[in-house]
Design a protein around this ligand. Structure first.
Ligand code: PLP
Length: 385
């Protein structure tokens, strides 16, 4: 059932479910069978977990496509499995692509350590300066890769210009929408060809699995599935079950996180110990107007720095009681990390400086705890400064 007239919250629960329930079960059971009876299908359609063809995979592919407003969807073994399958399908040796300057560290690592040696090159562009992009084009430029909100400073690229530029120059547009989730932004509705999610984050939302997804046209998703089948990046059925369960509450969770994050960001910005706060809900955010126009919600991710620098940041991370000092994001538990020392430690000092990642910056992923309790926790930790 995939009626697009149903609201997002309804589709999160019902889209893609088979018309007839298996043995009457309300919830999709876990199909823990690696292989299925053969009925003469071609290789990529054979029932086999690695080929992402089990009932658990099929429900998720359709459900995520419905949530993203796209024709077809595919679930993958991790966000990186989705990113690598997309890039290895879209680009071949000798090809070139444009990427936003600040990307998730794992994606940068994939470019530098796996794609560059294969002969795929890229030019890093400033996502706020469309006037500079044409200079970066080469005869074999094939794709334009961006993220909806950058990590960790939650900057919003000029996404409308990305789509217009790519159309003008015949480039495939790929966007990692992990920080927004389809609740806050559905890139397919704005003309992006391929949307990737690390479902490890908001989509599943409970910090208990890794998973990924890709949506786009049926033809593109089919080609990416064939690459994924060869790479072996499928999702295990038990993780499929957990992801399907997590997706049912996605809209409720993300809307709550949007509200909590905006409240916390406003309170932090007014706090005397806090030097800077980056959250798209704030009037001080450089793309506040664009975020208000393009996004359905400002998201649960923010970054802030303290007047006391690194020592104060380390103190805060040690003193909070409800906030876990851990990487990752988008789950029910609030997590905080100092990107300079953790998630962005693989970048050079120069790259971190360019990305605006000061040593004292804290990335904060708001969970589902009551926002007033989180504010009180932050305030007691700041009081010790
Ligand atoms: N994209 C973004 C924006 C991320 O933050 C992450 C992980 O942190 C990934 C992709 C990779 O996802 P996964 O860890 O599920 O492979």
């Amino acid at each position: 059932m995939t009626e697009s007239t149903l609201a997002l919250g309804t589709r999160a629960i019902h889209a893609g479910a088979p018309d007839e329930r298996a043995a009457g079960a309300v919830v999709t059971p876990i199909y823990q069978s690696s292989t299925y009876e053969y009925h003469g299908e071609s290789y990529h359609d054979v029932g086999y977990i690695r080929l992402s063809t089990t009932p658990n995979h099929n429900v998720l592919g359709e459900r995520i496509a419905s949530l993203e407003g796209a024709e077809a969807g595919l679930v993958t073994g991790s966000g990186m499995a989705a990113i690598s399958a997309v890039l290895l399908t879209t680009l071949a040796a000798g090809d070139h692509l444009l990427t936003q300057d600040v990307l998730y560290g794992g994606t940068n690592g994939l470019f530098d350590n796996a794609l560059t040696p294969l002969g795929i090159s890229r030019t890093v562009i400033d996502p706020q300066r469309p006037d500079t992009w044409a200079d970066a084009l080469r005869p074999k430029t094939k794709a334009f890769y961006v993220e909806t909100l950058s990590n960790p400073l939650v900057q919003l690229a000029d996404l409308e210009a990305v789509v217009a530029f790519a159309r003008e120059h015949g480039l495939v547009t790929v966007i990692d929408n992990t920080f927004a989730s389809p609740v806050n932004f559905r890139p397919a509705e704005h003309g992006f060809d391929l949307t990737i999610e690390s479902c490890t984050k908001y989509m599943n939302g409970h910090n208990d699995i890794v998973a990924g997804s890709v949506v786009g046209s049926a033809g593109r998703v089919r080609a990416i599935k064939m690459t994924l089948d060869h790479l072996g990046g499928s999702l295990d059925p038990h993780a499929c079950f957990l992801l399907e369960r997590g997706l049912k509450t996605l809209p409720v969770r993300v809307r709550h996180q949007n509200d909590s994050a905006a409240r916390i960001a406003a309170r932090l910005e007014a706090h005397p110990e806090v030097a800077t706060v980056q959250h798209p809900s704030l009037a001080s955010h450089p793309q506040h107007e664009r975020a208000g126009r393009l996004l359905d919600g400002f998201g649960g991710m923010m970054a802030f720095s303290l007047r006391g620098g690194v020592a104060a940041a380390e103190g805060l991370l040690a003193e909070t009681r409800l906030v876990a000092h851990a990487p990752s994001l988008g789950g029910v538990d609030t997590l905080a990390v100092r990107p300079h020392a953790a998630v962005h430690s693989g970048l050079s000092e120069e790259q971190r400086a360019h990305a605006g990642i000061d040593p004292g910056l804290i990335r904060f992923s708001v969970g589902l705890e009551d926002p007033e309790d989180l504010i009180a926790d932050l305030e007691q930790a700041l009081a010790g400064r």
